[in-house]
Design a protein around this ligand. Structure first.
Ligand code: GAL
Length: 430
């Protein structure tokens, strides 16, 4: 538990350097298998099953097929944004001793869960063999490292605190799309104006997208230190500032589409903005891929800005890929991980996914303006960890909090949500 807490704390306060890696014994079976000798099928588990996310995965698979013509990619994707369905399916498969060759896991606390359960092979020597250590940001490597061992290969870096807006809807409501609100109160005033114009002010979908909205209201309201403190125990969940933040969340939620729980996933919520039915959608920058692939033009059709009150803060999450203990084709998995870690794989995948490459040597000249701005922001902003996307807390903590946030959508009971979140934090921070 102490290791878990220290990783959560590390995830919350970046800037750590890589603690001496290597040195420990490896499990001979999986880590010994070289990618160059791989043959057969490589089963890869993700939640990038459809829409723009599948386009991203396909771009990566295309590079993999070129790199390894002798291998067959076996797509084991389970639909549901943020892994809302996939993670429990995966947990059952791992428990049954039936792992895929590689699976998607978020950098940070979520990865720690799998490490604690001893479900992952140590990839430290894979990093050394492929000269990878210097190609990723040190603070990202740190989130993949426990006791000096690195356990996964990151494929991308996403940002959670982005508001996407329909330019026409904003103009019709008398707002200037080039001048986004600076803080939560100003944004609430803008939401009110869109409501008055007859459109849905803010589009959101079911549970996990509400959790993502919640985390960004917390971040905006509490600031970086207050937000980070929620995950490492420094911020009292029962405090008056948290009450105020939850009151703000209640207000913001009151401007969302009432059918939110019946929207199947993030994409239909983003679509409401694309269709001009809603003004805003708070969504991770996988939404950029959807806008771009649907032919929408930034600045004309849509625009984007950091969640009001979070300018200069990059709410971080990253996907990474693993080599599970007992993978049927470890050499094939290493081939997959080699493509993922490569500059070419990262350029192709991230361009299509809306994210930015984790590998700093990947070419990004042809990336969108949004992506170029995200690369710049990531290099200079304060970095915090996303709650909804596995960076800030372990899966069990997130699941408890998600249940409370979903319930809040129905009863709007501020005290109940605060009490429940505080109890959950106490449970997991012990
Ligand atoms: C995140 C994941 C992203 C994207 C998003 C929506 O958890 O890290 O890559 O897939 O969910 O599904």
């Amino acid at each position: 538990m102490r290791r878990r807490l220290s990783l959560i704390a590390a995830a919350a306060t970046l800037g750590l350097t890589l603690a001496g890696c290597g040195g420990a014994a490896e499990t001979p079976s999986n880590t010994a298998a070289p990618a160059s000798e791989a043959t057969g099928k490589v089963g890869v588990f993700t939640w990038w099953a459809d829409g723009s996310e599948k386009v991203g995965l396909d771009a990566l698979v295309k590079v993999f097929n070129t790199d390894y013509p002798g291998l067959t990619f076996d797509n084991l994707a389970v639909a549901g944004g943020a892994g809302s369905q996939a993670k429990s399916v995966l947990a059952a498969q791992l428990k049954a001793g039936n792992p895929p060759d590689s699976f998607q896991a978020h950098a940070g606390a979520e990865l720690q869960d799998y490490i604690d359960a001893e479900q992952l092979e140590d990839l430290t020597s894979f990093y050394t063999d492929n000269n990878l250590t210097d190609q990723f940001p040190k603070d990202l490597i740190d989130r993949l490292t426990v006791d000096g061992k690195i356990y996964s290969v990151p494929s991308n870096i996403h940002r959670s605190n982005v508001v996407w807006a329909n330019v026409e809807v904003l103009k019709d409501a008398g707002l200037d799309p080039t001048k986004p609100a600076e803080d939560l109160d100003a944004w609430i005033a803008d939401l009110e104006k869109i409501k008055a114009s007859g459109k849905t002010p803010l589009a959101v979908a079911g549970s996990w997208t509400q959790v993502q909205l919640f985390e960004n209201v917390l971040l905006s309201s509490l600031g970086v230190d207050g937000y980070n403190g929620l995950w490492d125990g420094a911020t009292d969940w029962k405090g008056a500032d948290v009450t105020k933040a939850i009151e703000s969340y209640k207000k913001v939620l009151s401007y969302t589409n009432t059918d939110r729980d019946s929207l199947s996933d993030w994409a239909p919520a983003t679509q409401l903005v694309q269709d001009g039915a809603a003004g805003y959608n708070l969504m991770g920058d996988w939404a950029e891929a959807k806008f771009a692939q649907d032919g929408d033009v930034a600045g004309t059709d849509y625009t984007y800005f950091p969640m009001p009150g979070t300018k200069g803060v990059f709410n971080f999450l990253a996907d990474s890929f693993t080599l599970p203990v007992g993978a049927p084709n470890p050499a094939g998995a290493k081939a997959w991980l080699t493509t993922i870690g490569s500059a070419e794989g990262q350029a192709a995948f991230n361009k299509a996914k809306g994210s930015i490459p984790a590998n700093t040597t990947a070419k990004t000249d042809d990336f969108s303006e949004y992506q170029k701005s995200a690369i710049k922001d990531f290099s200079q902003d304060k970095i915090v960890s996303s709650l909804a996307h596995g960076a800030a807390v372990p899966v069990a903590w997130l699941n408890d909090l998600s249940t409370a946030v979903s319930k809040f959508g129905g009863d709007n009971d501020v005290a109940a949500l605060q009490e429940s979140a505080a109890t959950t934090a106490e449970k997991f921070a012990k």
